[in-house]
Structures are given as structure tokens and as C-alpha cells.
Design a binder for this molecule. Structure first.
Ligand SMILES: [Zn+2]
Length: 393
């Protein structure tokens, strides 16, 4: 089994680039997944003290070359010591035979929405999000393709691990969310639809009555929230709403287009890896959703799964197995070691993480690469738990 570990550039810079990579290689990891871009974060590292790193709008963490970009220029984190960790890591990893992957956050980049609100994802009600940008926007796609090509071209990475290329749940990682009402499952899925300028233009170009679709979505979501449940008759009617289904497919296709564009920009310089599930299965139906996942599989070279959705993982693994040449599969592993009485919400999520049952099930799906989250955020004890779980496979 291959193992890799996620790592933040700022942790490498603080802990010592060469020393830390030596330690990672010495513990048996085949590669490090180093953050090239990152979303907003307040992260505590327990290594060599108890250190907070905080960044409020997301940034780029390597010396990106501004002249290679179009309308959106990279927002490089203002610390030469931190961004210089990337070239240093690339040099040293090559020297010691440790693989180097680029951990690349794509659509969850609030700073891009700060540049121009037209890049932001827009809720059905019209509110532009402060956290996510939309893959349907061509400037956004061009920027993400350019940043991926820039990191691959400068440093010769093995895998470009693309995070957040899909239309995630509408409230994924909102900052300080205030949602006091329950949104029932089907309405919640409809809330994921984006109505930014690019998405509505695509809808119109596809011959769809976008204003009607939007009014339908708002009416159904509003009614479901007030009733506290999805309405079975309305849901049944929407399953036959060809325009609504086409609009949802367009949203997913924008992400497929994003990944395809990255592939064209990067060429054979790196393998593209990402999660390929999408949120509209209950609307699209199994056959259409499987076909869309198939298109996604065509756009990537490797599949990343996570322990949070075992059912989706089984489905994707089955579709992958039907390919003439199935892609390699990799899984995120989170090691929990928490006192439940004082655990934060994030820690409770992580306590569901790595255990022998999870990794055995994933290995059974064909996963041969296990990726530990994340070197700077955990101690040597968590690394040992991870290594022992993998050794037992
Ligand atoms: Zn959009």
C-alpha cells in the first residue's frame, strides 16, 4: 500500500522544510501532498509548541508567476519564508526520493469572489456567497487551470490533488453560518443550484427558462422549510421537470469542464486526482447521475474518496471498475484521538476517521493509496496509529 500525507506549506516553513521531509520519508510515506493553494483556515499545529496559523480569505502558497495569468491574478500569501518552502520542498523531496503532490483547493477561494462578485456562487434567492466561486465562470476556470499548470511546471509534481471542484452543498464551509431552520433533504439539494451570471447564461444558451426554474426552486425550498418536510407530490413533479434536471446537469458539467481545462493546461506533467461524486443524484436519477460520474472519470487520472460517504465510494468504485483501464484510487484518512467530553465539532467528525474497519473496506474497493490528514496538525502518536492501521491491511 502507498501512503502519503497532507502538509501545509506554513508548517514546513516553521518546522524546517528539510528536517520535516526527512522525518516524513523516514516514517515510510511515499509522498507528501503539499498545499499549493488553500481556503480560509484557523489551524493549530501541536508540533514544536502549540502554534496558530490563521488566514481569513484563502491564498496561494507558492511563488506563482503572475505573468502567466489572465483576469484573475494569484493572491500570493505575503510571506517569502512560507512561499519559498515550496521550491525548497521540491528540491529536497527529489533529493531524498520522496514523491511531491500538489494539494490544490479550487472553488473554495473567497479572495476570488472579493475581486469581483461576478465570480461568486449565487443562491437561488439571489444572495452571492462569500465563500465559494463558480466553475461556470470562464475567468475562474482559466485561473484554476493556470495555477495548476504553474505549480506542475515549476516543481514537477506527481499528482495534482484537486479539492472542491464540484458543486458542494450550498453551505459547505460557510464562515460563521447562521441557519436556524432545517432544510429538508430534497430542498437542500435544490439549494445547491447556482444562479450566477455564468450559470444563468449557460441555462439560457441551453434553451432553458431559467427564470421559471429559479422561481420553482425558490417556491419548493421555501415551502419545504416552512412545512419542515419535503412535499412528496412536489418532489415527484420535479423529477419529471426536464428543464430543472438539465439546469442541474449544467452545474455539474461546469465542474467537469473545469477539470478538463486543467488537464489541457497541465498535459502529462501530473496526474489529476479528485472526488467525482455530485450532489444531484436524487433529482437526476441513477442512470443520468452514473453517466455524469462517467464523464467525470474520463476527465481525471485518479479518484480521491473520503470516509464520509461510504455509499458514494462503493458506487464510484463500481463505475471505475467497469472502465477499460480503471483509475487508481486514493482515500483521505483522518486519525481521531479525542476526549469526547471536550471535543470540538471538527474533532468529533475526525473521531469517525481511521480505524481498521474503514481502511479495510476502502482497500476492498480497490484503494491502494492512503493519505493521512495532516502532518502539521497531528502529533507523532496519530502518525503511529495511522501506520499501524495500514500495516494491518
Ligand atoms: Zn454559477
Amino acid at each position: 500500500m502507498r501512503t502519503t500525507t497532507y502538509c501545509y506549506t506554513w508548517d514546513l516553513a516553521r518546522l524546517g522544510v528539510e528536517t520535516t521531509l526527512d522525518q516524513i520519508a523516514g516514517e515510510g510515506f511515499d509522498a507528501v501532498d503539499l498545499a499549493a493553494t488553500y481556503h480560509p483556515i484557523d489551524a493549530v499545529s501541536p508540533r514544536d509548541g502549540f502554534e496558530l496559523f490563521a488566514e481569513g480569505r484563502g491564498a496561494v502558497y507558492f511563488p506563482a508567476r503572475a505573468e502567466r495569468y489572465g483576469a484573475i491574478k494569484p493572491r500570493i500569501y505575503p510571506s517569502d519564508a512560507i512561499t519559498a518552502a515550496w521550491p525548497r520542498a521540491a528540491d529536497h523531496a527529489a533529493k531524498i526520493g520522496l514523491g511531491l503532490n500538489s494539494w490544490t483547493i479550487t472553488l473554495f477561494q473567497p479572495w476570488i469572489g472579493d475581486l469581483d462578485r461576478r465570480y461568486a456562487r449565487v443562491m437561488p434567492g439571489g444572495g452571492a456567497q462569500a465563500s465559494g466561486v463558480c466553475a461556470a465562470n470562464e475567468d475562474v476556470r482559466a485561473y484554476i487551470a493556470a495555477i495548476c499548470a504553474d505549480v506542475a511546471d515549476q516543481f514537477g509534481v506527481g499528482v495534482l490533488r484537486l479539492e472542491a471542484v464540484l458543486p458542494y452543498a450550498h453551505d459547505f464551509d460557510w464562515m460563521r453560518p447562521r441557519v436556524m431552520v432545517m432544510i429538508p433533504a430534497f430542498a437542500r439539494m435544490l439549494s445547491n443550484l447556482c444562479f450566477c451570471g455564468a450559470c444563468t447564461a449557460r441555462g439560457a444558451a441551453s434553451g432553458l427558462d431559467v427564470a421559471r426554474i429559479r422561481a420553482t426552486v425558490n417556491a419548493v425550498v421555501g415551502a419545504a422549510v416552512h412545512a419542515g418536510a419535503d412535499d412528496a407530490d412536489r418532489t415527484a413533479a420535479l423529477l419529471g421537470d426536464a428543464e430543472l434536471i438539465a439546469y442541474a446537469e449544467n452545474h455539474v458539467r461546469a465542474s467537469i469542464e473545469l477539470v478538463t481545462g486543467i488537464g489541457e493546461a497541465v498535459g502529462d506533467q501530473a496526474v489529476l486526482a479528485t472526488n467525482v461524486g455530485n450532489p444531484y443524484r436524487a433529482l437526476l436519477g441513477e442512470a443520468r447521475d452514473d453517466a455524469l460520474v462517467g464523464e467525470f472519470l474520463d476527465a481525471v487520472g485518479q479518484i480521491d474518496i473520503s470516509p464520509t460517504d461510504p455509499e458514494e465510494n462503493r458506487r464510484v468504485a463500481a463505475l471505475n471498475a467497469r472502465r477499460t483501464t480503471p483509475h487508481a484510487m486514493s482515500t483521505l484518512c483522518i486519525v481521531g484521538r479525542h476526549d469526547e467530553s471536550v471535543a470540538t465539532a471538527a474533532q468529533r467528525v475526525s473521531s469517525r476517521g481511521v480505524n481498521t474497519k474503514d481502511v479495510r473496506e476502502e482497500a476492498g474497493l480497490g484503494v491502494r493509496e492512503f493519505t493521512l490528514y495532516n502532518y502539521g496538525l497531528i502529533t507523532d502518536a496519530e502518525v503511529r496509529i495511522f501506520r499501524e492501521a495500514i500495516a494491518r491491511l
